[in-house]
Write a protein that binds this ligand. Sequence first.
Ligand SMILES: Cc1cc2nc3c(=O)[nH]c(=O)nc-3n(C[C@H](O)[C@H](O)[C@H](O)COP(=O)(O)O)c2cc1C
Length: 227
Amino acid sequence: MVDFTREEREAVYRAIYARRDIRRFRPDPVPDDVVERLIDAAHHAPSVGFSQPWDIVVVDDEETKLEIKDIASRAIAAAQQGYTERKEDFGKLKLEGIEESPLNVCITCDPTRGAPHVLGRNTMREMDVYSTCLAVQNLWLAARAEGVGVGWVSFLYPHEVREVLDIPHHVQPVAYLCIGYPEGGFPEEPVLQQEGWRERIDVEELVHYGGWDPAKEPDGSVEAASD
Ligand SMILES: Cc1cc2nc3c(=O)[nH]c(=O)nc-3n(C[C@H](O)[C@H](O)[C@H](O)COP(=O)(O)O)c2cc1C
């Protein structure tokens, strides 16, 4: 296969930087061919031992969405109880678009897929879930390139999601995604940053050359040795 052209390379980075978590959706449906491409993008993610542990449950009927929304509402209310200082700020955040988005997708992880000999999962059992997350990211980036928004909802009780969607007991719901065209377009920066909840960390603070440097200051500089 030939190398990427400059334009193709730039397009990949553009999808990465312009991807956003979307919680506000227009009601118009995502065409079937677009949905098929997103699912196929997910299915081309890397996976430990090429185990492909994901399944993709597509939900578009209102009744099922409402059942999931009910789970999310309870999980969000419970989370809010745990806040003291930022309780009010938390209450203002929109944390899911389950009902408004025309399509919901649950991506699951089946730990038995390819077992017992999943190449590379011997000492790090959670590799199957990591692989599933990469399928999510593939879908998320492909969606951005298609102009489609995706919002990940983690305020859920997985055992209840499993029951609503008839997911087998041994299969783990990993990502519940709301999918549709974003109301008001794609924000320039993460919504949590826009709303003053949290800022992107300077990458310099997070890179350790040659091993973890305990003397590294939060601003990325290295503390002088004291004696
Ligand atoms: C594993 C995971 C779970 C998330 N769960 C939620 C959620 O329940 N509700 C929500 O509004 N956003 C959720 N998000 C979105 C993050 O808040 C978002 O990715 C982050 O603020 C950065 O913004 P960006 O994705 O637009 O760059 C989740 C993201 C990830 C990766």
